[in-house]
Design a protein around this ligand. Structure first.
Ligand code: TMP
Length: 204
């Protein structure tokens, strides 16, 4: 059986995704499971240029949505599909659930618009597993304020982040087979154990 899988990592800004990515990388390294870690927006030279613009410049919600999918289209064609075909596990730090959460939930772009762009760009491609790092926005907000210079999305107000969180949780409830919700209020050790158990179920 091929071990190639498409795994995505999602969550509101400040939910601790970056901390756990290091642990996930180690999980694959230690077991010599071939994988590629990539991200959206970004993941390709064109996508990274699009990312810089997206995180910096003000634009209309629909332009933002189109640019997310422009980056995704490149990413799928030149990284995700070829890597899966070669038998690698693809771990993407964010994917289309983020567009529903941020551009639909956060910025009120219609879900029909996002769905039609999704079918244009993705066809039938869907993640096999999505880890959703979930945290109350009061805590994620505190974490963000303590950290680095904030980008355009991180600077949005708490009602925006609340809508993003609720949309993620709603998508997770509707897609129980694909989603695992990780409670990011737990300790790092607890979360790492939880991630190991989830991945062991796939790779052992
Ligand atoms: P990151 O900080 O997790 O790398 O993600 C960059 C920002 O881009 C983050 O605030 C979420 C946002 N984003 C969207 O708004 N829509 C999308 O489709 C994706 C992939 C990310």
């Amino acid at each position: 059986m091929s071990l190639s899988r498409f795994i995505t990592l999602e969550g509101i800004d400040g939910a601790g995704k970056s901390t756990h990515i290091e642990f996930i990388k180690e999980y694959f390294e230690i077991r010599s499971i071939p994988y590629i870690l990539t991200r959206e927006p970004g993941g390709t030279p064109t996508g990274e240029l699009i990312r810089d613009i997206l995180l910096r410049d003000e634009m209309s919600p629909i332009t933002e949505t189109l640019m997310m999918f422009a980056s995704r289209s490149e990413h799928i064609a030149s990284i995700i599909r070829p890597s899966l075909e070669k038998g690698l596990t693809v771990i993407s730090d964010r994917f289309t659930d983020a567009t529903y959460a941020y551009q639909h939930g956060g910025k009120q772009v219609s879900s029909e618009t996002i769905s039609s762009l999704k079918s244009l760009v993705q066809g039938g491609l869907e993640p096999d597993l999505t880890l959703l790092f979930d945290l109350p926005i009061e805590i994620s907000g505190e974490r963000l304020n303590k950290s680095r210079v904030l980008d355009r999305f991180e600077k949005q107000d708490s009602t925006f982040h609340q809508r993003v969180r609720e949309t993620y949780l709603m998508i997770a409830r509707k897609n129980k087979d694909r989603f695992k919700i990780i409670d990011s209020t737990n300790t790092i050790n607890h979360i790492q154990n939880e991630i190991s158990v989830i991945l062991d179920n796939i790779y052992q």
